[in-house]
Design a protein. Structure first.
Length: 189
């Protein structure tokens, strides 16, 4: 089998449209039913609009940053998220498995490097979005929106927008080591 990977010269939101298009095309080719999107609102709405334009039956699931990080990274755009929900998307605001957990609080207070940070930084060697793409797929399973063992497309980025996309077998966070990255679709160089 041969596949197509889009590589971007730089990470960032200017890659979002290409990531969404390539991801939807591959999801349709594989017969996948879910696209999980890391979002503050805009990327999810763009994804949902493109799903509508393609008249696809793919379910979009947006995962926002957890509330405990809004002071640092900014609160989601609730108007854009609401627009996406009106078009059939589901939205999650949950603790992310590889950041913002109790281990992060221990590290902040006492120092050291907890195991989840090692895992997160290993994914960062591919891209920031790779870590987030895995993390949001875990969240979708943990919240019951995706069945464990289901292949999904997961879209994430480096700050704003999207520049990374993976096909992966989603699992619950308690079965983290059963997650399988099956295809790299988009990646910043």
């Amino acid at each position: 089998m041969e596949g197509r990977i889009l590589y971007f010269d730089r990470p960032g939101p200017e890659n979002t449209e290409a990531v969404i298009e390539h991801s939807l095309q591959r999801a349709e080719e594989l017969g996948l039913k879910h696209i999980v999107v890391a979002t503050g609102g805009e990327t999810l709405l763009k994804t949902v609009n493109r799903i509508d334009e393609r008249q696809s039956d793919i379910q979009a699931i947006g995962v926002t940053l957890q509330a405990g990080t809004w002071n640092t990274y900014g609160e989601p755009n609730w108007d854009l998220l609401s627009q996406s929900q009106k078009k059939g998307a589901q939205v999650l605001t949950v603790t992310h498995g590889l950041m913002g957990t109790v281990e992060s609080a221990i590290q902040k207070k006492f120092g050291g490097l907890p195991p989840m940070e090692l895992i997160a930084h290993t994914y960062y060697t591919f891209s920031q979005g790779t870590k987030v793409a895995v993390e949001i797929a875990l969240s979708a399973v943990d919240c019951g929106l995706v069945t464990a063992g289901t292949d999904v497309v997961s879209i994430a980025g480096s700050g704003q927008g999207a520049d990374t996309s993976l096909v992966l077998t989603a699992r619950s966070s308690v079965d983290f080591f059963d997650v399988k990255i099956r295809e790299l679709l988009c990646l910043p160089r």
